[in-house]
Write a protein that binds this ligand. Structure first.
Ligand SMILES: *Cc1c(COP(=O)(O)O)cnc(C)c1O
Length: 375
């Protein structure tokens, strides 16, 4: 699905030097590279505060902790997402309230969000799934109206831009109270291990989340609140500093691959190519298609495997159907859009190093399979 080695080889000189510098500095934790990367990312995103942390799941957890939510408080998020989003809500004793997504853009359906609001609702977590922003105009309006926090899960969409209906623009993750992201190796800005970050324009929240991520201490060995140990290490920060200047090129490469796929599939009625949210750029963390009901999805994935083409299902099970998150509040059929999507979506290889001959092979094999099933 991804080709991290070829990407590394193109910037090997810089990266090897950066790693060597950290090793020689022996400032492995909280070294100067972490602060420099933080500043670089703040400038790139146009956000006041970036708080580096250990991974994208921790980023979500620290965000929730920073908002001072109380056990039983309700947090609304999508049932069609990666598990981390709901996991941290549940871990903190908060109540995840799952809602359905839009059929075309896979993002939180604002009408469903509205319908799910109760007097215990405290926050909304839109997920910028697969690389484009959710409908932030609607979500920010709802949040304002009901006095709710907004935490944007930006693990899949770093570098995407959103244009509000009034013409103002912002980076993904920098519109709500807090944004979170992940630097997991296969993410659009990936390091060579685990990493994550939190974004906010709110000085007070930033200060608090920095304290939380460092054992709740303001001064060493003086702990003012319960915190966690969640750090981005210096080595990963140094690698990310090398990669950040290339992020826009990486995004362009992904978009070019997506355009190729779009063109190749535009006349295949069995395939629905990813719809674009007109307010957001799409940075294509995944290129996810919806397959029509008359084509056997598992057989397609198996067929592609025999041609050495990895195809993946993101995600095969909706959160409300997961064993860990089953709840008497939900039953089969409650979220018809997500329930159909989990049985029909599949994602094709998407990364920065896709060559035309690979794209040719992938698209022609997908079409071959569909033509064979058709006849
Ligand atoms: C990857 C991902 C996360 C979690 O990031 P980790 O760094 O793996 O903890 C959270 N939310 C979404 C939507 C993701 O894709």
């Amino acid at each position: 699905m991804v080709d991290l080695l070829s990407q590394y080889e193109k910037i090997q000189g810089e990266v090897d030097q950066a790693i060597q510098n950290v090793v020689r500095s022996s400032a492995y934790i909280n070294g100067p590279e972490v602060k420099s990367f933080q500043a670089d990312l703040e400038a790139y995103l146009g956000v006041k505060h970036v708080i580096p942390c250990a991974n994208g799941t921790d980023a979500l957890q620290i965000a929730m902790m920073g908002l001072d939510l109380k056990p039983g408080d309700e947090v609304i998020t999508a049932t069609f997402t990666y598990v981390a989003t709901a996991e941290v809500i549940a871990l903190l004793g908060l109540k995840p309230v799952l809602v359905d997504v839009n059929e075309d853009t896979f993002d939180l359906n604002p009408d469903q969000v509205r319908a799910a609001i109760t007097e215990r609702t405290k926050a909304i977590v839109p997920v910028h799934l697969f690389g484009q922003c959710a409908n932030m105009d609607a979500i920010m309006d709802i949040a304002k109206e009901h006095n709710l926090f907004v935490v944007e899960d930006t693990a899949q969409a770093i570098g995407a831009d959103y244009t509000f209906n009034d013409g103002s623009q912002a980076s993904a993750g920098c519109m709500g109270d807090i944004g979170t992201t992940s630097f997991f190796p296969s993410k659009n800005l990936g390091c060579y291990g685990d990493g994550g970050a939190i974004f906010t324009n709110n000085d007070e929240l930033a200060k608090k989340m920095r304290i939380i991520s460092n054992h709740g201490q303001t001064v060493r060995y003086y702990h003012d609140m319960i915190g966690v140990n969640s750090r981005l290490d210096s080595m990963q920060a140094a690698i990310l500093r090398c990669k950040l200047p290339h992020l826009n090129d990486y995004i362009s490469a992904r978009q070019a691959a997506a355009d190729y796929y779009d063109q190749a599939f535009k006349n295949v009625p069995e395939l629905k190519v990813p719809a674009r949210n007109s307010n957001s750029s799409h940075v294509f963390h995944q290129y996810t298609l919806v397959l029509s009901d008359d084509i056997d999805r598992n057989a397609l994935v198996e067929y592609l495997k025999t041609k050495d083409i990895p195809a993946m299902i993101y995600y095969p099970v909706a959160l409300h159907m997961q064993k860990a998150y089953k709840d008497e509040r939900y039953s089969d059929g409650d979220f018809p859009v997500t329930e159909r999507l989990v049985s029909r979506v599949f994602s094709l290889p998407m990364h920065t190093e896709l060559e035309t001959n690979q794209l040719e092979l992938i698209t022609s094999e997908v079409i071959n399979f569909i033509n064979n099933q058709r006849s």
